[in-house]
Design a protein around this ligand. Structure first.
Ligand code: RIB
Length: 349
């Protein structure tokens, strides 16, 4: 049987309102003797406030919701860990849901979090869903009348705040690195179609090619989906296009390329150079260590929590819908080699 505030009051010989004032440390004149009696009774009875009852009174649950597309992808696992650390440091509890990159599941968790009375929601929107599901999700977000902030991906049509990596620059620096190493026939293994972060990385790739006077060749673009399996499937196609290097739009697909290269008895970077994106934990542990574009995961996590908590605790403050973008950094490791451009279809793609 749960211990209630009435049990504590009875044990301490005071009223329930006195117990509430003492346990919530309200600045009212209560003798130290009474305070000690209340605290001793609460300790002896192992009293824990009923958070649902508290939230009914305060209309605050001190709980935040987080929805991420794929908790099996270390990028989102690492992002969630940093977000949870920041949420706890801010005095809140985090509950989270994994959408498996499905907009329909995004909507499912938005309903659940709304029913659970969270004070705010952080969401990295899913890549896969129909236009109707996308708009249903966005209109439900508005109907919640709760602070919502996007992390890493956003729903561009919303006027909601977002914290994003600079995907365009990330695609550009990845491709420039390969070009500077002599590669001219550079394949891409992209993220899901219609996902803005993937489209921006491709635009960065195209800008780097343009600066080298290399025309964009769409046959060098393989449509991936951020999964390791799609990296494995991309390899035979891209090898058939005589690429000397591949820019994988995330590390999980780069790992898939590694796996497939081993099955072909081909070597990285001897036979093919690879650049990834995210810089997840295993990127520096695999052999050869992956050259990749590092997202500032910890900084983005801290910023998204600060943005959401600020909205919750100062609701009068005007919402700034301008995305806060964070610069990625190229981590040069061992998966790219310099080649003699003239020996490898130099100058053409
Ligand atoms: O690896 C998952 C990808 O989806 C990351 O690049 C991240 O930016 C998200 O968009």
């Amino acid at each position: 049987m749960r211990v209630t505030i009435k049990d504590v009051a009875r044990q301490a010989g005071v009223s329930t309102s006195t117990v509430s004032l003492v346990l919530n440390n309200k600045p009212v004149s209560i003798s130290q003797e009474t305070r000690n009696a209340v605290l001793a009774a609460a300790r002896e009875l192992n009293y824990r406030p009923n958070q649902l009852a508290v939230s009914l009174v305060t209309q605050k649950s001190k709980t935040l919701g987080l929805i991420i597309p794929d908790n099996s992808n270390l990028f989102f696992a690492q992002l969630s860990k940093h977000i949870e650390t920041a949420v706890n440091a801010a005095g809140y509890t985090l509950i989270y849901g994994n959408s498996n990159d499905s907009v329909r599941t995004d909507l499912h968790y938005l309903h659940i979090f709304g029913d659970r009375g969270v004070d705010g929601i952080i969401i990295s929107p899913s890549a896969f869903g129909t236009p109707d599901e996308y708009w249903s999700c966005l209109s439900f977000i508005y109907s919640l009348k709760l602070p919502v902030v996007f992390i890493d991906r956003s729903m561009e049509e919303s006027n909601l705040p977002s914290v994003l990596p600079d995907n365009f620059t990330g695609g550009y620096i990845a491709t420039r690195h390969l070009l500077d190493q002599g590669h001219r026939v550079i394949g891409c293994c992209t993220g899901p179609a219609n996902l803005n972060s993937s489209e921006q990385r491709l635009n960065g790739y195209r800008k780097a090619l343009d600066e080298y006077g290399i025309p964009f060749n769409p046959t060098l673009i393989y449509q991936g989906d951020f999964s390791t399996e799609s990296g494995q499937k991309a390899l035979p196609y891209l090898l058939g296009q005589n690429v000397t290097a591949v820019f994988a739009f995330n590390d999980m697909m780069a790992f898939g390329i590694y796996k497939e290269m081993h099955s072909y008895n081909l070597s990285i970077p001897g036979d093919l150079s690879i650049v990834g994106f995210d810089d997840i934990f295993f990127a520096e542990l695999i052999q050869p260590p992956l050259t990749t574009v590092a997202q500032p995961i910890a900084e983005m996590a801290a910023e998204v929590v600060k943005t959401l908590v600020s909205q919750i605790e100062t609701p009068s403050r005007e919402i700034n819908a301008v995305p806060k973008t964070f610069s990625p950094v190229l981590k040069v490791r061992g998966s790219v080699r310099k080649i003699d451009t003239k020996q490898h279809n130099g100058g053409t793609q």
